[in-house]
Design a protein around this ligand. Structure first.
Ligand SMILES: Cc1cc2nc3c(=O)[nH]c(=O)nc-3n(C[C@H](O)[C@H](O)[C@H](O)COP(=O)(O)OP(=O)(O)OC[C@H]3O[C@@H](n4cnc5c(N)ncnc54)[C@H](O)[C@@H]3O)c2cc1C
Length: 401
């Protein structure tokens, strides 16, 4: 059996970028990437909003803030170099009522602390110049934000890895991890693989992979499905770039927004509803093990009870098209029912501590001969190349490479 130096489990954008950065740093390493699906990037990476986030909201000094700002610049350079569809179209964060308007300067100040010098609060007239169909009293204008095809980024990373001599094996779900005298042995659906070291980038299954490696994750992954709608082609002109609501500080990942895609469609969403299947994209999807794990976890109940009001509202939006459209119309009032129609769904991996607190920052933990990425929520796609450098650095230190 061939023995690899480092095996990465999970070919989402974080796993691929980590392998890529590791090989850039240590070109002679034998690197293997294992992916359970037929293709790379099929889950969170291929089902997200496609937004290049700016770093406006994240806590200054956090890994999310740092890697978002650095990673966006790196991602734009990568996209330019490799001809990946992207555009820095900018975004408006629209204040609909007085109270939201009052929160804009603080949002702007937070962005400036994260190095976004050109963010500014704009009045209603200036907002209409940027987004003529947006409602609202004013906005934060964020010229840094943009759109990109993250699935194309993942495919390009795979190609670059292969060209650099790495192996990327699909249809190879890792099902067991065993220590050997000088490394690890990974049982996969495509046979066993031997490796000196392991990096876990399993996204929605990262906590389970950590458990296979004997590590007790400080958080459990709980799945939240997000349903998207899209605008009819004749209504696409009503959104030029990215139109976002002012985030609620206690639930910053909630909030239906309008997003232009690189291929020209305009999407609205996603909502966020507790899901009983980690990679379940249909409203009725249930997986016995996923459901049992989520429902038997104290952290899930604490989160759901603590935020019951939000939960009910999100469920109502998931079940009622009318309510969903009402949320969209807060931002673009002229949209009609006929102009908004259901499209696809994605599922977010939410890392929850036992007390129900959402793990706020990216979480990279070292095991024995292993490094585990246990929380990589948004903006991890934007930040992937910078997170990949962090993972490569952690692996270099942990594995004494
Ligand atoms: C609805 C939604 C909208 C979002 N919008 C944005 C956005 O606009 N901008 C942004 O920057 N971020 C966004 N995000 C977040 C972003 O998509 C994720 O943070 C990022 O894709 C995480 O990448 P990942 O590689 O960790 O996970 P994933 O892309 O989920 O990859 C994990 C991979 O591991 C594989 N895997 C799992 N278990 C195993 C196993 N046992 N063996 C082998 N392989 C395994 C999976 O099949 C999968 O391919 C969004 C997320 C969602 C869900």
């Amino acid at each position: 059996m061939r023995r690899y130096d480092v095996t990465v489990i999970g070919a989402g954008i974080v796993g691929l970028a980590s392998a890529y950065r590791l090989l850039q740093r240590h070109p002679s390493l034998a690197v293997l990437v294992l992916e359970k699906e037929r293709q790379v990037g099929l889950h969170q990476t291929g089902r997200n909003s496609g937004v290049l986030h700016s770093g406006l909201y994240y806590r200054p000094g956090s890994a999310r803030a740092r890697t978002c700002v650095q990673g966006r610049a790196q991602m734009v350079a990568f996209a330019r170099e490799h001809g990946i569809p992207h555009e820095t179209c900018g975004k408006v964060v629209v204040a609909v009522g007085r109270r939201e308007l009052e929160r804009l300067p603080a949002l702007c100040a937070n962005g400036r602390r994260n190095g976004l010098d050109r963010v500014e609060v704009v009045d209603r007239a200036a907002l209409r110049e940027i987004e003529p169909h947006a409602g609202g009293l004013g906005a934060v204008w964020v010229p840094y934000a943009g759109i990109i095809d993250f699935a194309a980024v993942a495919a390009k990373l795979r190609d670059l890895l292969l060209a650099a001599g790495a192996a990327v094996t699909t249809l190879a779900e890792a099902t067991g991890i065993r220590r050997s005298a000088d490394g690890v042995e990974i049982a996969t659906r495509a046979g066993r693989r031997a490796s000196r070291h392991l990096i876990n980038c399993g996204g929605l299954y990262s906590d389970r992979i950590a458990r296979l490696d004997g590590l007790t994750s400080p958080a459990r992954i709980v799945a939240f499905r997000g349903d998207f709608f899209e605008l009819a082609p004749a209504a696409r002109h009503k959104v030029r770039g990215l139109i976002y609501p002012v985030p609620d500080p206690s639930m910053p990942f909630l909030g239906v927004h309008l997003t232009r895609r690189t291929a020209g469609q305009v999407e609205c969403g996603p909502n966020a509803v507790f899901a009983l299947k980690r990679e379940g994209y249909g409203k009725a999807d249930v997986d016995g093990r996923d459901a049992l794990e989520a429902l038997s976890y104290r952290g899930t109940w604490r989160l759901l009870l603590r935020h019951a009001r939000y939960g009910i509202r999100e469920y109502a939006r998931a079940l009622s098209r009318r309510r969903f459209i009402a949320a969209v119309r807060r931002l673009v009032p002229s949209l009609t029912d006929a102009e908004v129609r259901p499209s696809r769904a994605g599922v977010r991996a939410l890392a929850l501590a036992p007390d129900g607190a959402m793990v706020d920052d990216f979480l990279i933990v070292r095991g024995e001969r292993s490094v585990h990425v246990l929380n990589a929520p948004s903006p991890a796609a934007t930040a992937a190349l910078a997170i990949g450098s962090d993972v490569a650095e952690a692996a270099t230190a942990a594995f004494a490479l």
